[in-house]
Design a protein around this ligand. Structure first.
Ligand SMILES: Cc1cc2nc3c(=O)[nH]c(=O)nc-3n(C[C@H](O)[C@H](O)[C@H](O)COP(=O)(O)OP(=O)(O)OC[C@H]3O[C@@H](n4cnc5c(N)ncnc54)[C@H](O)[C@@H]3O)c2cc1C
Length: 424
């Protein structure tokens, strides 16, 4: 039995693992040769960690699984009748069971200027681009700033979207500015740079309990992050954003973290698509009319008990992946499939040093240093690979003790002023 799993994210990797020792051949396909730990992308963007601390080679994860192999390639189509997956390089992979775990992409919601003038945070390249942009802005300001002032807005940052990514970025950039760059650039008044978090609803971390939103807002304010709540962004323009209420907020860096939509490949494949471009799936996570196709994680509208789709978070993908592994075994054994039962393990977001909020099952909440320690521990636990964990631990300990961040290197040859401008 040939199982093809597309996507080596949280969902796909867990399908493959759950099929260890099963009587199947598994081919895992991904357009990248690494698994990316997206929850720590903001740390790469803010120079806390390096790219290879949060990415792990897929082949390394499969080394000890004899029935699994990896194929590097971008899937461009699926012939459901012929049971074949097409790759961009022209190859075809035949399957008896197909699992699509192709994740999500950043969504601009049609707001003008996002693609042209805002940075986003979805891939490793995005994170490195944000970091390069922040660092080149400040080098530029330093090169120009004979009067010692950086107050033309070049260092100001606007982050759109008050979910975990926006909150973590805002806190992380403030720490990078105040604790690291202010000391690297003593001639610049780095601390006076503004960081604004814009959120269309009336609170940050809208999926968390209101008291955790309030706690996060308080911590952000304490860290001089300006909150613009209850106003959407009408357009992104060079050097800032225009709000729906007509005001403009200046920012030499604008980061769009307002949401995601399912990988558009799902719609191109002709599957039944629901809200956010997510594939409609049956309770067992198969696609109606395609009993040999499972869809999981961010690209699927995995049904929760009450009919709504489960959130696009790591645990839904991880548990969905394990579930599908079990169902494939059941199908092989001639047993009926089971419905997917998601177990909510809670959610967390960190605001910065000694401050995080955590919402645990049963209404339990954590804030402040205890929340932060829990956040650190959990993220270390879920990172794949001993080397990555050890590196991250050492980096975090170093950053914590020295207020220094080793990962603030610019790429080569961006030292010249012209290149600085180009390094958006
Ligand atoms: C900045 C950021 C922060 C986040 N923070 C958190 C957090 O704190 N907690 C949390 O629970 N969740 C968080 N998430 C969400 C979480 O990362 C996702 O829910 C999770 O990664 C979904 O897993 P997945 O397997 O569905 O997709 P992904 O992990 O996105 O994996 C999809 C894989 O498919 C591959 N792929 C896509 N298209 C193709 C193609 N055509 N051909 C071949 N391969 C393809 C991609 O390369 C990728 O490896 C965050 C996400 C982001 C972007």
């Amino acid at each position: 039995v040939e199982v093809v799993v597309v996507g080596a994210g949280f969902g796909g990797l867990n399908v493959v693992r759950a099929l260890r020792d099963a009587d199947v051949n598994v081919t895992l396909v991904d357009a990248n040769n690494f698994h990316l730990f997206q929850p720590l992308l903001y740390q790469v963007a803010t120079a806390g960690l390096d790219a290879d601390d949060i990415a792990y080679p897929v082949r390394g994860t499969l080394r000890r699984q004899r029935n699994a192999r990896f194929r590097l390639g971008r899937v461009t189509g699926v012939d459901f009748a012929a049971r074949a997956v097409t790759l961009r390089d022209g190859a075809e992979l035949h399957y008896d069971v197909l699992v699509l775990a192709i994740g999500a992409v950043s969504a601009s919601f049609g707001v003008p200027g996002v693609e042209e003038h805002a940075l986003e945070l979805k891939s490793l390249a995005d994170a490195e681009q944000v970091r390069g942009h922040l660092l080149s802005r400040i080098e530029r300001a330093s090169a120009d700033g004979a009067d010692g002032s950086a107050n033309d807005g070049a260092l100001d940052v606007v982050i759109v979207g008050g979910g975990p990514t926006g909150v973590e970025l805002a806190g992380g950039i403030r720490e990078l500015y105040d604790k690291v760059l202010a000391r690297d650039f003593p001639d610049l008044d780095v601390r006076s740079a503004t960081i604004t978090l814009v959120e269309a609803t009336d609170r940050v971390l809208g999926t968390f309990a209101p008291k955790l939103s309030a706690s996060a807002a308080k911590e952000l304010t304490k860290r001089r992050v300006a909150l613009e709540l209850g106003t959407g962004v009408a357009r992104v323009v060079p050097g800032g954003v225009e709000l729906a209420d007509g005001r403009t907020i200046r920012g030499g860096t604008v980061i769009w973290a307002a949401g995601v939509r399912a990988n558009p490949l799902a719609a191109e494949l002709g599957l039944d698509i629901g809200r956010g471009g997510r594939v409609v799936v049956d309770p067992d996570l198969r696609v109606a009319g395609h009993p040999d196709v499972f869809v999981i994680g961010d690209v699927a509208a995995s049904p929760s008990g009450d009919g709504a789709a489960l959130p696009q978070v790591a645990q839904v993908a991880i548990q969905g992946g394990r579930h599908v592994g079990r169902q494939i075994r059941r199908i092989l054994a001639g047993e009926p499939t089971e419905r997917f039962r998601y177990k909510d393990k809670g959610s967390m977001a960190t605001i910065g040093r000694n401050a995080a909020v955590a919402q645990l099952p049963g209404g339990l909440t954590l804030t402040g240093p205890i929340g932060w320690i829990a956040w650190l521990g959990l993220h270390l636990l879920y990172l794949i690979g001993f080397r990555n964990r050890a590196n991250v631990l050492v980096n975090w300990a170093w950053n914590y003790l020295t207020y220094d961040r080793g990962a603030r290197l610019l790429g080569e040859d961006v030292g010249e002023p012209d290149a600085l401008d180009a390094a958006r």
